[in-house]
Design a protein around this ligand. Structure first.
Ligand code: ADP
Length: 301
């Protein structure tokens, strides 16, 4: 009987072991598939501006003398713009692959007012040129969060950059940060402010509920063109860009993948509410820094 039990135990272990191995292989196959899909997408995206640059240079080279100075300048301007696009693309791809290959980040207490201020400084001129009001609303004496300064700066840069890109003259872009459960309920702000906020009930879906640490909520809102419901889940996918706007505005379709990746590294999720013609709010929660929260957050995945 002992022997039989041992045999059964062993075979149970084996089955478990085999099941785990099959799972590992499946996961690895999925990862490989995702990787080769990414490489093929990147190659495709890189090829387009390269092809354009080469065509313009070749045309100038062969027929330059037949073109007016204005035409030559236009060709050069286009080649220059395509070079900028290529640079953005290469930078975004590098950012994303760096993020994916690093498992360990040094998390530290971050005073959110600083990366927010730095982001607004970067975009102030751009916003003024476009006639868009940039608003900062960081709750006074907001505690520091557990985070990575440079990565959070990149999140703000990408989200505010998008918000400005997809908002018309006369619109507003705002960054807010406040302690969840503090005495400024979100629906009050919603009434006060003309731009979108997550509806009050969505506060209950936060990852922070029933946990014994406090969370800070961060929102980046705009009064821009909004995102159709059908596109909302896809916008975080690599290279996804909403149709019909692709050629008019700069972008790589990687910005939000980077944002999602960074926020996930902070053990959180980025969410959005959006209405076409009204605006969009992206939001996520970060853990308040306490002496004992740092060690837990050092490792990712
Ligand atoms: P991109 O480089 O194209 O901005 P992202 O990954 O940052 O790439 O965004 C993907 C797409 O999501 C954008 O092309 C745009 O169509 C849509 N999008 C992102 N942010 C906003 C926003 N604030 N308002 C409207 N549409 C947005």
């Amino acid at each position: 009987r002992i022997l039989l039990t041992t045999v059964l135990d062993l075979s149970r272990e084996n089955v478990k072991g085999i099941a785990m191995t099959v799972q590992d292989i499946t996961r690895e196959a999925e990862l490989n598939e995702a990787k080769s899909q990414f490489i093929s997408n990147v190659s495709h995206e890189l090829r387009t501006p390269l092809f354009n640059i080469k065509s313009f240079i070749e045309t100038l080279h062969e027929y330059g003398e037949d073109l007016s100075v204005a035409e030559q300048r236009e060709f050069l301007d286009t080649a220059n713009r395509e070079t900028d696009r290529l640079t953005r693309l290469v930078n975004d791809v590098l950012d994303l692959s760096r993020l994916e290959s690093f498992k360990l980040y040094n998390f530290e207490p971050v005073d959110l007012a600083q990366p927010v201020e730095q982001t607004l400084r970067t975009y102030r001129l751009n916003a003024r040129d476009k006639g868009i009001e940039l608003v900062q609303d960081i709750e006074p004496s907001l505690p520091s969060v557990v985070g990575h300064y440079d990565l959070l700066l990149q999140v703000f840069t990408n989200l505010v950059g998008n918000a400005l890109k997809f908002t018309e003259t006369g619109g507003k872009v705002a960054i807010r940060a406040y302690l969840l459960g503090s005495d400024r309920p979100m629906h009050e702000q919603h009434e006060k402010q003309p731009f979108l906020c997550p509806p009050a009930e969505s506060v209950n879906t936060t990852d922070a509920q029933n946990l014994d640490f406090q969370m800070v909520r961060i929102e980046v809102s705009d009064t821009g063109i909004g995102i159709d419901m059908d596109d909302q889940s896809a916008i975080f996918d690599r290279f996804f860009r909403v149709e019909n706007r692709v050629h008019t505005l700069e972008g790589t379709g990687l910005g939000l993948s980077i944002v999602r990746n960074i926020i996930e590294k902070h053990h959180s999720h980025v969410r959005l509410v959006s209405e076409v013609g009204i605006g969009t709010t992206f939001w996520f929660d970060l853990k308040v820094f306490q002496e004992n929260t740092l060690a837990e957050s050092d490792e990712t995945d």
